[in-house]
Design a protein around this ligand. Sequence first.
Ligand code: THU
Length: 135
Amino acid sequence: MNLKITNELLIQSAKKYQNNSTAKYSHFKVGAALLDNNGQIYGGCNVESSSYGLTICAERVALTKAISEGIKNFNKIAIVGPNNDFCPPCGACRQLLYDYAPDLEIILTNNNEMKSIKLSDLLPFAFEEKKLKNL
Ligand code: THU
């Protein structure tokens, strides 16, 4: 398992990916580091567009990167923002992460303390795949 990857290390990794953010419009650079169940990290940064609505969040970049590599089981994700405040995932990211990793742990920091939150606590009463079968 991934006992070697500490939360501190995952945060450090998210900061590394944050450097690649193209937050040209919002100037709000975000980095994410998604850890799979084999101890592998998939990083992401927000990628912004001149057509603002096309912007993709760091979390979804990390997730789609991992999924495209065939990864199916996820353990936790660290997310870092550009200031000394926690950067919790937006609603769209909560949903997509929940679709693929409902048991995910979310690690946040404000550069002073670290918070660990379960995704299921951030998205209670979630819409999910099994609802689609209830026709
Ligand atoms: N952003 C993320 O990458 N992740 C979040 O969870 C919150 C918001 C990005 C989107 C946009 O590029 C910028 O932050 C400001 O909203």
